[in-house]
Design a protein around this ligand. Structure first.
Ligand SMILES: Cc1ncc(COP(=O)(O)O)c(C=O)c1O
Length: 399
């Protein structure tokens, strides 16, 4: 099938919930993707952050194939070796104390469990979320997600959620109180445009939750597994949350959500109060175990820090030259470039020039490449972007 045949079939049948980009991807290798005609693209989307070790990594592909030949389905009510192997390696990288794990299938699902755990284990209801935060689009997660365009048609959402401004100390102190069950926070906000908080803000949230008998829930779905140049973004701030929600990259793009918490919190929920038919599926567990091994063996967290710093420097150089760029932000390989205009046409031009990038909101370009990206690919992305932005600046900001 060629690209237009594929598109025609998808357009005829799929629900139209995604703003689609004019590209049809059929194959990947490391940081490269290829369309049905063999055109090559450098992937700065990383499958929306799911592809951390590079596309079709042979170790991950082999682990999936071997497990698929052995056992594909195995419910959480029985024991399984692939699941045990994943849990063993996960325990070596999780923050100490976060020693109980629930396996599900998506980021939103991990958030749903975190909210239930917070309410059940504290006996309180109020959840403090953050303006600009994104936690998914199921009803519970949506109640914490800030953006009104996602929420407004589905209200009333789950009650007793309040939102405080990102990075603001006074509102946090005024809102987090004895009746707070949990504070739910992305250590670095992703969807709202790669927003990094002041260094002392997460530690403040940690202190306020501790002082008020509330839980701190870190949504590390986008930031986790090395994306920001540390294994978890909370590491940058010296903070250990009570509950951590993980997803996206853990199984190299196979669906997996992971909620981690200490035994005393997990044990607040009784057998049967939470479940997920596919959670802990052996094929996905084998993919996740292999992904973590590759992440460690190939030192990709370190590469995220190194390549991310180089990438950011190049973007900052471009910002000094081009007025059309308002700000460059982010850490590791979670980078954003805020423009003075809508980025839609930039994304389209980049596709034509063989680079895939993401947006975050209307005017931010977002870069979430595989953590294996090297200087040569970054140089190609930067050169392509600069050519596009110079033209955009001439068109939109004539001097
Ligand atoms: C920080 C964060 N939380 C939650 C989610 C929701 O994850 P999912 O789409 O897997 O439900 C996302 C997805 O982009 C995310 O970035």
């Amino acid at each position: 099938m060629n690209s237009s045949d594929i598109r025609m079939i998808e357009e005829a049948h799929l629900a139209r919930f995604y703003a689609r980009k004019p590209v049809t991807l059929v194959r990947g290798k490391d940081v490269l993707l290829f369309d049905a005609e063999g055109k090559e693209y450098i992937d700065c989307t990383g499958g929306y952050g799911t592809c951390i070790v590079g596309h079709a990594h042979p170790v991950v592909a082999e682990a999936i194939a071997q497990q698929a030949h052995k056992l594909i389905s195995c419910h959480g009510s029985t024991y399984n070796d692939a699941r045990a192997n994943l849990l063993s390696i996960l325990a070596t990288i999780l923050p100490s104390g976060l020693d109980r794990v629930f396996l599900s299938n998506s980021g939103a699902e991990t958030i749903e469990l975190a909210i239930k755990l917070a309410r059940k284990s504290t006996g309180k209801r109020k959840i403090v979320a953050i303006k600009g935060g994104f936690h998914g689009k199921t009803h519970g997660a949506l109640s914490a997600t800030w953006e009104s365009k996602y929420r407004k048609s589905y209200e009333p959402l789950v009650p007793d959620f309040v939102h405080i401004p990102f990075g603001n100390f006074e509102d946090a102190k005024a809102t987090i109180s004895k009746d707070t069950a949990a504070v739910l926070v992305e250590p670095i906000q992703g969807e709202s445009g790669i927003r990094v908080p002041p260094p002392d803000w997460l530690p403040l949230l940690r202190n306020l939750t501790q002082d008020n008998g509330a839980l701190m829930i870190a949504d590390e779905i986008q930031t986790g597994f090395g994306r920001t140049g540390r294994m978890f973004a909370c590491n940058h701030y010296g903070v250990t949350p009570d509950i951590m929600c993980l997803g996206k990259g853990i199984a190299s793009g196979l669906p997996m959500g992971v909620t981690v918490a200490p035994e005393r919190i997990m044990a607040s929920m009784a057998v049967g109060e939470h479940s997920s038919t596919f959670g802990g599926n052996p094929v996905v567990c084998a993919a996740a175990e292999a992904t973590i091994k590759v992440l460690l063996n190939e030192q990709l967290v370190e590469n995220a820090a190194k390549s991310g710093a180089y990438f950011k420097d190049q973007l900052l150089d471009m910002q000094r030259e081009l007025r059309i760029i308002r700000e460059v932000r982010g850490t590791g390989l979670m980078l954003g470039m805020e423009m003075r205009f809508d980025v839609y046409s930039i994304l389209q031009s980049a596709i034509q020039n063989g680079v895939l990038m993401l947006d975050a909101g209307r005017n931010v370009l977002r870069f979430l490449p595989p953590l294996s990206i090297q200087k040569e690919h970054i140089d190609r992305v930067v050169s392509c972007l600069k050519t596009i932005l110079v033209k955009e600046q001439v068109a939109k900001l004539p001097s």
